[in-house]
Design a protein around this ligand. Structure first.
Ligand SMILES: N[C@@H](CCC(=O)N[C@@H](CS)C(=O)NCC(=O)O)C(=O)O
Length: 211
């Protein structure tokens, strides 16, 4: 049995399927050829046991032997420690990959998630639109000049940035050809397709078990 366990929910409604963040960890393991198992926590009843391991009652969690990590970004960095495929080993490449990993979470996802949340809750005016537009314009300009964010090749930073940007409402917002090409290229990777298919199959099996 693998030392790496990715924890996700036992079931989720259809909406988030294909986007539940255990996919980030599955994808990284697939890219790096790391063996892993997937285990579940109840979606409906998030009790003290869940909160003791994930203080916000969310998923994913990554167990690596005795170590339990919450936050998908922390899980990705833990996996990147195990594989040069995910994170360059030279000091400059590593620093750049870390920088862009943090940028994906703290400069892009920081605005995209609240923005689409306001969109789906039907707010008449989305007051975050200007802020998001500005961030997406900056990342578009960055991607016009390069194929990868760090070290001149695919790294964990691209995995995370593409996952943040591929949210359908964000992707459909405006016309950003370099960003679109980047998302299309990165989500065309076999490791993404494998991780995505596995998550979809996991929740489809959960439907069958609940029926
Ligand atoms: N910052 C966290 C966010 C985790 C998160 O939003 N998890 C979602 C699934 S992708 C979740 O558990 N949502 C249910 C909830 O927030 O109650 C991470 O990246 O791990």
């Amino acid at each position: 049995m693998s030392d790496l366990i990715i924890w996700t929910y036992d079931w989720v409604p259809e909406g988030p399927r294909g986007f539940v963040r255990d996919l980030r960890l599955r994808w990284a393991c697939e890219e790096a050829g790391l063996a892993y198992a997937v285990k579940t926590l109840p979606f409906d009843a998030r009790g003290p046991e869940h909160l003791a391991r994930q203080p916000f009652g969310q998923v994913p969690l990554l167990s690596d032997g005795q170590l339990d990590l919450f936050e998908s970004g922390a899980g990705l960095l833990q996996l990147a420690r195990k594989s040069e495929m995910l994170m360059p080993r030279d000091a400059s490449g590593e620093a750049q990959a870390l920088q862009w990993t943090i940028a994906a979470l703290n400069s892009i996802e920081m605005v995209t998630v609240p923005w689409w949340f306001l969109e789906i809750t039907g707010a008449k005016e989305n007051c975050l639109t200007g802020w998001m537009q500005s961030r997406l314009t900056h990342i578009e300009r960055t991607l016009q000049g390069r194929d990868w964010l760090a070290g001149g090749r695919f790294t964990v930073a691209d995995l995370l940035m593409a996952d943040v940007l591929r949210v359908p409402k964000v992707r459909a917002f405006g016309d950003r050809p370099a960003t679109e090409a980047y998302i299309a290229r990165i989500t065309d990777r076999p490791a993404f397709k494998q991780a995505h298919a596995a998550q979809m199959a996991h929740f489809a099996a959960a439907d069958a078990a609940r029926a």
